[in-house]
Design a protein around this ligand. Sequence first.
Ligand SMILES: Nc1ncnc2c1ncn2[C@@H]1O[C@H](COP(=O)(O)OP(=O)(O)OP(=O)(O)O)[C@@H](O)[C@H]1O
Length: 319
Amino acid sequence: MSSQSSQGGGKIRVSVQKAGPLDTGEIAQTMKTIKTKFAIMSGKGGVGKSFVTASLALGFAMRGYRVGILDADVYGPTIPKLLGLVGANLYLSEDEKIIPAEGPFGIKVVSMDFLLPTDDTAVIWRGPLVDRAIKDFLGNVRWGELDALFIDLPPGTGDAPLTIAQALANEMTGSIIVTAPSDVSKRIVQKAIDFSRKVKIPITGVVENMCCFYCPETGKTYYIFGKLIGKEMADKYGVPYLGMIPLDPRIGESNDLGEPFLMKYSTSDTARAILSIVDTIIAMYKDRLEAKVEATAKKQIKSLLRLPGEEEEENQEES
Ligand SMILES: Nc1ncnc2c1ncn2[C@@H]1O[C@H](COP(=O)(O)OP(=O)(O)OP(=O)(O)O)[C@@H](O)[C@H]1O
């Protein structure tokens, strides 16, 4: 990737350069200011992985956390659309770091979609170009201080998600496995659990999307494809079940309009289901999410209690 401006900084332009191997040191350096990092994965495409990624990020942000999304679904990047960010740009800082775009609640977003001039160009993103972008997205972004980063992996368990997940494994707090109930979903959850274990990312849990349909006319919930298959599988493999999200026609509608569902229908039952998953994850990682806040608060209290002149003494002691 190259910068457009000759004065340092500027909009990112795409150029084909050989990427070189993914460098775990660079990835660690890029992510060191982020408290928790979650890889969102699915055993197969189309189960709502990107929708869940965007919704979890929005949920965390609505709870007051500083959030980022890395859309690593390089062949089908949809996060910008779900957040109403189509047409946004990525920029390079003077020292050639990628500056994320900013979405609702200040959510920082990096996506291949920002680098594609039109939808039709997706097809040319192959080989070296994708390798280059992945390398830059993983190891060359200025995220700043974040409480949570959600990484939308490519669907399935093939080469593309494997390469990215392996490079990220040391940094990840956990994986969130998205599934939708169907005849084959048991196999799909099992594949995703095996995948996460293979790349040594601890499993945060399973989210069952499109679990059921609530009919406002009858007031009944219908488990069209089978009841609690995700829960059954999570129990079988001894991983946490984070919750379920119903089929809701308003989700497709808001996604198509680029109006984030969780914001537009924030008081709906479906939004409540999503926020309950968000709260479960927050509760699981409470210590990590709050650790820095406490450390900062302690430091502030200490400085408030300090008498004039003591700061200098302390600095001298430290050096
Ligand atoms: N709970 C839901 N109710 C209704 N529609 C949904 C729900 N979840 C997702 N969708 C719709 O399903 C489609 C697929 O969702 P999404 O793109 O998030 O899936 P994905 O698993 O990321 O797909 P891909 O494998 O292509 O990356 C979208 O049109 C989305 O709006």
